[in-house]
Design a protein around this ligand. Structure first.
Ligand code: GLN
Length: 244
């Protein structure tokens, strides 16, 4: 069986609104495609796994970000190397911010990030909270839930994940959410986002397969996946009609 090694970063501190569910969704889908998913949970001080095919990180409170940032700095070189090699990554909210250059908190503390994305985030007195719907040229309509005080700005031109249809996304000005660099994706979409946006999950799986086994096309999936995707599509529709 073809194994795929999934790394779940800082789940103890950084898994807001069920972001850990992204790891569960991707593990299940991997199994439906006939892979053997192996999940490595990594928290501060843990041994970093030898082989990594996909990386996940979730949102968290400012305090969670403060708990993990020092350890994250120690892993910065490795994670940047993986990102530059095209390892698929999905970073939500607080971890999206820390995959940028820094997050400046409300109390003026600058929490350094690891610069996978050339962007920075500053806390504001506005809380951007509610359903977030966006259109992605690559993945279609993406739906989730945002809750952040930080507003994120690109330092150099980056490809956003999507154009905001309703909600705010990165900040109150730009009308876009998230960023995509190589196969690393950052976004403010909680949910967990992959449960209502299976195309995004398949993109990550496809890239992991390509990197490890040299094949782009996913193998035929167990028939139940079609039913699951139908339900996910309905959930996506219902959620995108919901008021903010
Ligand atoms: N500290 C961040 C903010 O409020 C992260 C929030 C989150 O991850 N949900 O901007």
């Amino acid at each position: 069986m073809r194994r795929i090694d999934v790394l779940s970063l800082y789940t103890n501190d950084m898994s807001f609104y069920g972001d850990m569910g992204n790891v569960l969704v991707v593990s299940k889908r991997l199994a439906f495609y006939g892979f053997e998913p192996v999940v490595h949970f990594y928290n501060p001080g843990d041994v970093f796994p030898e082989h990594v095919d996909m990386v996940f990180g979730g949102g968290g409170q400012d305090s969670g970000q403060k708990n993990i940032f020092e350890d994250l700095q120690k892993r910065s070189e490795k994670l940047r190397e993986l990102a530059s090699q095209g390892v698929p990554m999905l970073m939500i909210c607080g971890m999206y911010q820390l995959f940028g250059k820094y997050f400046l908190t409300n109390s003026g503390k600058k929490i350094p990030g690891i610069c996978v994305f050339d962007l920075y985030t500053e806390a504001t007195s506005d809380r951007l909270i509610g359903n977030l719907v966006e259109e992605s040229s690559q993945f279609g309509r993406l739906v989730g839930y945002e809750n952040h005080s930080g507003q994120t700005y690109f330092s150099s031109p980056l490809r956003p994940l999507g154009k905001v249809i309703s909600g705010e996304g990165n900040n109150l000005k730009d009308g876009v959410d998230g960023a995509v660099v190589n196969n690393a994706i950052g976004t403010y979409l909680h949910g967990p986002v992959l449960s209502k946006n299976p195309k995004l999950a398949d993109f990550l799986i496809q890239k992991a397969q390509l990197n490890r086994y040299g094949e782009e096309l996913l193998p035929p999936a167990a028939p139940i996946l079609r039913r699951i995707d139908e339900l996910a599509g309905k959930a996506n529709e219902a959620a995108s009609r919901r008021p903010r």
